[in-house]
Each structure stands twice: as C-alpha cells, then as structure tokens.
Design a protein around this ligand. Structure first.
Ligand code: ADP
Ligand code: ZN
Ligand code: ZN
Length: 749
C-alpha cells in the first residue's frame, strides 16, 4: 500500500477520536510517516498550523481530492504526557492488533463533564467511651454488622459511605438504625470528588524483615543507578508483599515520581484500601468499576495536575496520565483479568513493562502463585526473583487432605460429598464455625471423564481435554480433532464415563437435604446478576448470617473470613479438564487460594480437595503448597507441546455469516501463515499452524466462528504474520466477515 493520505486527530480527547481530518502526505514523508506520529497541519479557514496525531494512513482518499490539504511537517517526539499516551497506543496497536483509534480509546480517558458531586461520609458522634460500650453491647447481642462498623469508626472517626456499604459490607439499613440512635451522622460534602478519604491519618509503618529489606534495597539501588527492571516477588498471602510495595512507593514518591498499583478488582478489599489510605492519605486515589465515567475522568485530571501521586486500580489504571512514573506494582500478577478481552487485547504485564521502559520506572510483580510466564522469565534472568517464605500474620496453613472420588464410588458412595467431607461439615456445624464449599466450574467445562478410574478423554495431538458437543461427539478446541461419543471407558471399561453435571444449585439442594438446619448461601453467576448482590452475599456471610457459603471461583479471592475453618473443593477436576493448556496452572492457583481461605483467623483450618485424579501434579503440589514442584512439572509439559511461555501463541479467529465461506477463508489465512515456516529450521523449533477448526462456540448470533493458532518462539515474527493476515483479509473479506487476533490468549476459543 502506498502511503498517500493520512487521517489526523487534531484534539486528542476521547470523544473526538471518531472525527479525524484527512490530509495528503507530501512525497518526502511517504516512506517515514507512521501511525501515532505527531504532525503539524493547516487547520480551519485561516489555515493556522496545529498539532495533530496520525491515526491511519491510506492509499485512497475518502473525500474530494481537491479539498484535501497537505501535512506541513512532522513534529519530533517529545516527552509530554500526551505524546507518551499516543506512543503507548501505537505500542498496543502494533503488538496486539487493533486500529489506532481503538488503541487511543483504551489509553485516553473519556472526557466527561463532571457535575459537582455529592459525597457522603459517615462520622462517629459518640465519644470513645460511649462507642466502646456500644460496641460491647452489639457483640453481646450478636449484631456483627453494627459491631464491625463501630470498630472501624472508633479507629478512623469518619469513613467514606461507599467504602462502608461496599467494601465493609454494611447495609444502609444498619447505618440508618445507628443514625437514629444518634451514634453516627451521615454527612454530605459537595465538590469533593476523591472517592475515598480517611480523615484520621495513621502511619502503621513496620520495621521490615531482612527478606523484605533486601527487596526494597535492591529495587531502589537499581532505580537510583538508572538500571530499572522487572522484579517478581513470590510470596504466599500474608508474607509481607504489600508492606514491600508501600515502602517502595514511599521512596519513589520521595524522589518526585508517581506510582501505579494494579490489583484485580475482585481482590481490592476494604483492608487493602484502608492500609493505603492510612499510609498515604490524600496522595492516593482509586479507580474501579463502580466509579462513573466522570469520576474516572476526574481522577485522570488530578493525576495529570499532580494532585495525586498514587493510583490503585484494575488493569485500566495503567493508563493514568502521570507525568513521570517511577514504579508500577502488579499484585496477583497471575490473574487472568489482567488480559483485556476486547480489542486491543493487551496484557497488563507486558504493557506495564513498556510503560516502565518509557518512563524509566521499575516494575514489581507479586503473587503467591506466579504465572508460568513470569516464573519462566525469572528463571531465565529477565526478571529478578525474590521469595518471601514466612507468613507474618501468624495463623497457620491449613491441613489439607486429598480425597479420591474413585475410591468413594468403589465404596458405594455416589454422593457429591465424600465421607471425609461430610464428617468435617457436621463437626463445623456443631462448633458453629463456618464452611466454604467451592465448585471450580468455569464458564465452559464440557469434558468427559471416568468416575471409576479418573481417565479424561484428551486430544492425542494437543494433550488438552476434549469437549463434548451435541450428540456426544468429542472435539478438540485447538486442532479440531473429533472423536465419536464414548459409552465405556477406554482405560478400564467402566460405564461410569460421562460429563460432570452437578452445578452449584444442585449442590445447594443436596446440602439442604443433608443438613436441613444449616443456613446456606450460594454465590454464582445466577445469584450475582446485579452488582450489589455480590457484596451483599459476602457481607451476610462475613456477618455470620450463614453457616455455609457455596460458590464458584468468585468466592476464593480477596475477602478474609476469620471464622471459616473448613474449605471443601468439590471436584478439582472441573478446572483441571477445562480444555485449554492453562488448565493445570489455573487449577493449581485456584486450589492454593481455596486452601488458603481456611484458618485465616485464630482457629486452625482444614481443607479437603475431592478429585478423580488425586495423583495429578496440580493437585498434589497444591495440597503440599509447593509452587516450585508444580512449576517444574508444568514447564516440561509446555516445552513438550510448545505452549506459552516456551512459545508464543497467536489465535486467529474468523467470523462469517456463511459457514462454507468461513471455513474457506480460515483455510486460506492458515495457509498464508504456514508459508512463514522456515523449512530449514529444526522441526521442534519451526513455526507451527494448528487448525483451522470450528471455535468452541461454533456459532453465535448466527455468525459462524473458526479459529486457528500459530505457535512460534519469536513474537516479532507473529506480529509480522498478523500484519500480513490483516492485509490479506482487507482484500478477501466482505463486510459480512471479520478477523480477530489474540496474542497468547488466556482462554481457548
Ligand atoms: P501480603 O501482601 O503478602 O499478603 P502483607 O504485606 O499484607 O502481606 O503482610 C501481612 C501482614 O503482616 C500485615 O498485617 C502486615 O501489616 C504485617 N507485616 C508485613 N510486614 C511486616 C513487618 N515487617 N513487621 C511486622 N508486620 C508486618
Ligand atoms: Zn475408567
Ligand atoms: Zn487437538
């Protein structure tokens, strides 16, 4: 394509992005002009020169050629906030595949007129003595929600309303009741738009342990020497990671720089927020999904103007327009929510690395169960690895037992609860301690396994579980391999071979039959349709209003429940056989987290993992809380089958209104990708195309979906192929067909 015309955005605010102006590219710029570059262009009737950014280059004009003006010059790139944002957008576009406009919309905040907001806070009116008396009374009367609120108010005097109803799980009626008694007042403050603020400023700075101090010293020394890099802190919950983050932030702020702290939304707990606020006060702000667009825009403005120095939030907080970032922290770096599901499908880890590079900032990753990617890079020396081994909070790790469900069947127990688990449930109900039961069902888990021997039907090419489709056919979602329905287990001949069908609803029903006196709460996609119900269920459980909480993976993250002393994982196999290569990794992380839920308080905890594959290394290592053991086995599997992080894997999806046409296009594009394989290269290293095959959801809204995967060690090569595929699609595809590309996807398609 010849670069003849350029679409230029004059004013880069989010809502103006769809209205670019077209300019002619003068001959001498044609070889050098690129999307994302800053240009000066004549604008308006006076043709005054203005700065603009190129968002697209084309070979045909969209307008009457006579009316198209010419670009005046290319402006050299500087280091302004805006230019950094645009450069970042160009990075996203190049590495993840999207349009420049989509990429810019991702990095630029939507400009919203912000109404003067009214913020409510809750203020303690009672004095210390009255407050303490009341607290005692509430405790005696078993009013845990009131007690919790009073306790926090006695600590902080005043709390933001949304923090209390949201993260502290206190209902408005509880607040109203205490307001009526004259214990507290709900106050309105206008104009104040910091979503959270604590008036009492308490410094709870700790003396760092030797291990912690070593991390802080190393990162800072590198920073001061201008050798910033990526650091991975591997440490279980409670090992002091957050304390390290906060100390680093303090030091970075002292050097006049700003910090971004990424935390998965679901793990942004009250305790975490309070810690940051009481340490950093007004310098910190939070982005999360409950903020309005206006509030979000406002946070960005405050960051830009230097009113705040720290932002805490999920993935999108990365794009906070700070002038000079010094530190990016990514807690729970293994979480799949760090990967964007919409275009540009960026991963926050790599994007953070790019931002850190642009600003000369340090990137600190932390996790109890690091992603294979990060650990692999740490092993190769690309990341600096630190391990925190001790739990500083006290509270012991729970006793874990693995129950073999095949054995239960052999003993005639057909129930979803093993005898061991039933015994422990009864014991806890009697002791009035709480129980969490966890069904790690992912959105889609149509695998087939044998209940007698544990055998899972797997793809012979890809070593992932096959998925059951209509009529019982088994299909591999990577390569399209098909097997007929099975009636008997190919391993042991048993007829007990089928999919696992029990859902949370059935589990709840069974529990109610077995223990009619127990109060059971259920949390899954059905019971959390609206946004509040998630917090409401957790708050009810935290307040001791139920004996048993049963749920999907939603319940294992974040929140601390000190009275939980038993955790049951009903079928570890559900996530183990999810039909994609990350199943083992995800299971290990989920099991480790689930097990860690028991015994957070003073009472010792126990955990039971039920499974048909008790010998699977994800299960055995999770039960032993042995990350390294798990890593060693998992990485062998990745190496053998060339899955990430050993290779990069690009998913190419084709959507088409007509099935035959979709298949044909997928075939052509896959062949084009295959042409990039270098036949001189060793077969074990050579670029590999897998598929095309119908996608897991082969048809959605009457659109047929096909997918193929390209595996190769060199990312740049895949980017090159992506560009070639897009160019080819531009020629081949009609308006009824689309192409989508995803690098190192977190799910199978
Ligand atoms: P993580 O982020 O790994 O879960 P935290 O930083 O939250 O761990 O630490 C766990 C608990 O230990 C917190 O209550 C914290 O205040 C406390 N803690 C952390 N570091 C220290 C320290 N050096 N001395 C005393 N207590 C500490
Ligand atoms: Zn079998
Ligand atoms: Zn396969």
């Amino acid at each position: 394509m010849e670069k003849l015309y350029a679409d230029v955005i004059i004013d880069i605010s989010h809502e103006k992005l769809d209205r670019p102006f077209q300019y002619r590219i003068p001959e001498e710029m044609r070889s050098i002009l690129e999307e994302g570059q800053c240009v000066s262009v004549p604008f308006g009737s006076g043709n005054r020169l203005r700065k603009g950014y190129v968002v697209a280059v084309k070979d045909t004009p969209d307008w009457d050629v006579e009316k198209i003006k010419e670009i005046a010059g290319i402006v050299p790139q500087g280091v302004s906030i805006e230019e950094n944002q645009i450069r970042l957008a160009a990075f996203l576009k190049k590495n993840y595949g999207s349009t420049m406009i989509q990429a810019m919309k991702t990095v630029l905040p939507a400009r919203q007129s912000v109404r003067p907001l009214e913020n409510r806070s809750i203020k303690l009116l009672a004095d210390e003595v009255q407050g303490r008396e009341l607290l005692e009374t509430c405790r005696k009367k078993h009013q845990p929600a009131r007690a919790r609120l009073l306790e926090e108010l006695l600590r902080f005097q005043s709390l933001p309303y949304p923090l209390v109803t949201g993260k502290l799980h206190i209902s408005p009626s509880t607040i109203k009741a205490l307001e009526k008694q004259g214990v507290l007042a709900v106050e309105k403050e206008s104009r104040y738009r910091n979503p959270v603020r604590l008036q009492a400023h308490r410094d709870e700075r700790k003396t760092l342990s030797g291990e912690q101090a070593r991390i802080v010293d190393t990162v800072l020394k590198d920073f001061d020497d201008g050798r910033t890099g990526v650091y991975l802190i591997h440490g279980i919950t409670g090992s002091g990671k957050t304390e390290v983050y906060m100390r680093l932030i303090e030091e970075i702020l002292r050097r006049g720089r700003q910090a971004i702290v990424l935390i998965p939304e679901i793990a942004l707990t009250y305790q975490t927020l309070v810690r940051f606020y009481s340490r950093f006060g007004e310098q910190v702000s939070v982005l999360n999904s409950s903020l309005s667009l206006g509030e979000k825009y406002d946070q960005c403005q405050r960051a830009r103007k230097g009113e705040i120095q720290i932002i805490i939030g999920p993935r999108s907080a990365l794009f906070t327009p700070f002038p000079h970032i010094g530190l990016i922290v990514m807690d729970e770096e293994h979480e799949s929510s760090y990967k964007s599901e919409s275009s540009p499908k960026y991963h926050a880890r790599e994007t953070a690395q790019e931002i850190a590079r642009m600003h000369g900032a340090s990137l600190v990753l932390g996790s109890a169960t690091p992603s294979l990617e990060s650990y692999y890079r740490a092993r190769k020396g690309e990341y600096r690895l630190f391990t925190l081994k001790q739990r500083l909070t006290g509270g012991s790790l729970p006793d874990v037992s693995v129950v073999d469900l095949r054995e239960e069947l052999r003993q005639g127990n057909h129930s979803v609860f093993s005898r061991k688990l039933q015994g422990l449930i009864e014991d806890r109900l009697q002791k009035k301690q709480q129980i969490m039961l966890f069904l790690n069902r992912r959105g889609y888990a149509g695998f087939i396994s044998c209940r007698a021997c544990g055998h899972v039907m797997k793809c012979p090419n890809c070593d992932v579980a096959l998925s059951e489709h209509k009529g019982g056919r088994l299909i591999c979602h990577y390569c399209g391999h098909v097997e007929p329905a099975v009636r008997t287990c190919p391993q042991c001949g048993s007829g007990y071979i089928s999919g696992f069908r029990a859902g949370t609803q059935q589990i709840e029903d069974r529990l109610k039959e077995l223990y009619p006196e127990a109060v059971v709460l259920r949390m899954d996609a059905d019971t959390t349709r609206n946004k509040d119900s998630y917090e409401r269920i957790l708050s009810a459980f935290a307040a001791g209003e139920a004996d048993i909480l049963i749920g999907t993976q939603m319940i294992v993250k974040g929140h601390d429940f000190p009275n939980v002393t038993l955790v049951g994982v009903l079928a570890a196999d559900l996530s183990l056989s999810a039909g994609d290569y990350r199943a083992g990794e995800r299971t290990f992380a989920l099991l480790t987290q689930a097990v860690g839920r028991a015994g957070r308080g003073n009472l010792p905890g126990e955990a039971v993992i039920q499974t048909y594959q008790p010998e699977h290394y994800s299960v055995t290592h999770a039960a032993a809380q042995d990350y390294e053991g798990f890593y060693e086995e998992e990485i062998l599997y990745r190496e053998l089958l060339r899955y990430p992080p050993v290779c990069h894997m690009m998913a190419v999806q084709i959507f088409a209104a007509e099935e035959a046409r979709g298949a044909e296009l997928a075939g052509e594009l896959a062949a084009l990708a295959g042409d990039y394989a270098d036949m001189a290269e060793d077969l074990t290293k050579r670029l590999l195309v897998i598929g095309p095959a119908p996608a897991a959801i082969g048809k959605l809204y009457n659109i047929f979906r096909f997918v193929f995967y390209v595996k190769y060690e060199k990312y740049d090569k895949l980017v090159e192929i992506k560009d070639a595929l897009e160019e080819k699609a531009a020629v081949l595809f009609s308006s009824k067909e689309t192409l989508q590309i995803d690098f190192n996807p977190v799910n199978a398609f």
